[in-house]
Design a protein. Structure first.
Length: 370
């Protein structure tokens, strides 16, 4: 089986390598094409591998001219790969990568799998109404449609998919989440103490950037500290926006720790009480599951990618990112039910296993190729 993955997000997140490495280990012949902008910082490229080509194809401003940018990427792609030789194309986003799969399909009849990501729904379906027709063509010609989250699946079909094609698309749609690195499963924290810190130790792991809404989170923790009970916020992650970091550092309850490796994060989580992140838009949010593996109940964004996988108040609480009081209530509820939620969080994290997800994808590929 020979597969071409088109995955522009491979440059910014190491999670895709979890799938690709397993496919290589299973003797699947894969290539991974990673188109990025010429302005993308070199130090932010998260993953490299012999099977992947990360290529600076377009200028950042060209993102605003969809078809011009897409045609430029496609011209580069077909210069690098003999697209007629692949049994399958796997596009890891709808608008950016799905267009490549659609073009190859129209030219060679190659079947393809396409994923729909939350940020695309927010940026394209919602705002770029004129691009919906090409999105519908990509979806209609796909052999399989993957949504990373249940919430994103429901939101997309309820708000953007026309009734006349809805049934046909639903018949080939599957919700399949990402998994967490095996390290987190191997080091799951099964016997966490229920003794909470004073002040309450809240931790978040995220890139310092606008979409993570870290300033809002810091303000909420500060309000909780002032109005309810002592609390502090610890932030782990790389600095991608100095202006936001400067603002965070003016908040007394905030401590910024910079980026840390997995071993350091595990140790830090085990000395923390609650994980909180109010990012939007959000495709999935693996950091929630990683925190859950260390017995941390989580506070997550209502209506975003992670919301919908679990019953509210099971392993954490979803909260409106614009509602300070809801955040305070979430912290209070978790503390009142800590032992039960902490235990359930660890057990629930085991559902997000890359070996199982890889097996599911292989089953999808084989079914299509039959």
């Amino acid at each position: 089986m020979k597969i071409l993955h088109v995955c522009s997000y491979y440059s910014t997140s190491p999670l895709f390598q979890q799938l690709f490495d397993r496919q290589v280990a299973a003797d699947v012949d894969i290539d991974v094409y990673v188109p990025i902008s010429k302005q993308f910082p070199e130090d932010r490229i998260a993953s490299t591998a012999p099977y992947a080509q990360t290529v600076r194809v377009y200028n950042q401003m060209e993102r605003f001219f969809y078809f011009y940018k897409q045609n430029k990427i496609y011209a580069d792609l077909i210069k690098r790969y003999d697209t007629s030789q692949y049994d399958m194309i796997h596009a890891h986003s709808l608008f950016t990568n799905g267009y490549m799969a659609y073009r190859i399909h129209k030219e060679h009849g190659t079947p393809y799998v396409v994923a729909v990501r939350s940020n695309e729904v927010a940026d394209f379906f919602k705002k770029a109404v004129w691009l919906r027709p090409i999105a519908f063509k990509i979806l209609q010609n796909a052999s399989q449609i993957i949504f990373i989250s249940q919430n994103n699946f429901e939101h997309t079909f309820n708000n953007y998919i026309p009734e006349k094609i809805k049934a046909a698309l639903l018949a080939k749609t599957l919700v399949l989440p990402n998994g967490i690195d095996q390290y987190w499963h191997d080091n799951a924290y099964e016997n966490k103490s229920v003794s909470l810190h004073k002040p309450l130790k809240i931790v978040t792991t995220a890139k310092i950037q606008k979409a993570k809404n870290l300033v809002t989170l810091a303000n909420y923790v500060s309000n909780y500290n002032d109005e309810v009970a002592p609390a502090e916020l610890h932030i782990i992650g790389p600095n991608w926006d100095q202006a936001i970091l400067d603002q965070l550092l003016t908040t007394p309850v905030v401590t910024y720790h910079g980026p840390k490796n997995k071993e350091e994060i595990v140790a830090f989580y085990r000395e923390s009480d609650i994980f909180a992140l109010l990012s939007s838009p959000e495709t999935f949010g693996l950091v929630y599951v990683e925190a859950m593996s260390q017995a941390l109940p989580v506070v997550y964004t209502k209506g975003e990618g992670f919301d919908g996988y679990f019953t509210d108040k099971e392993i954490g609480i979803s909260t409106d990112r614009f509602d300070n009081q809801a955040f305070n209530d979430a912290l209070n509820y978790i503390q009142g039910h800590y032992e039960d939620m902490s235990s359930k969080a660890v057990q629930a994290s085991k559902k997000f296993n890359w070996d199982d997800i890889h097996d599911t994808y292989m089953g999808i590929y084989h079914k299509i190729l039959k």
